[in-house]
Design a protein around this ligand. Structure first.
Ligand SMILES: [Zn+2]
Length: 57
């Protein structure tokens, strides 16, 4: 087994980090939160647009 030196790239910032990290596929908790926030923001803005269109009709 040679998992020791395996690295992977963070999907948020592209930094290489240890594959054994608890935070994968992110290099850190911070990048994990950034990705989550991006996802939530997208979802939230789509909802806002839908509500706006309903009210407008
Ligand atoms: Zn990162």
């Amino acid at each position: 087994m040679s998992l020791e030196n395996k690295k992977m790239k963070c999907i948020t910032c592209n930094t290489e980090f240890d594959i054994k990290s608890d935070t994968k596929p992110f290099c850190s908790k911070r990048c994990s939160n950034i990705d989550l926030n991006n996802w939530l923001n997208e979802k939230y803005s789509v909802q806002l647009i839908e509500e706006f269109n309903e009210n407008d009709n």
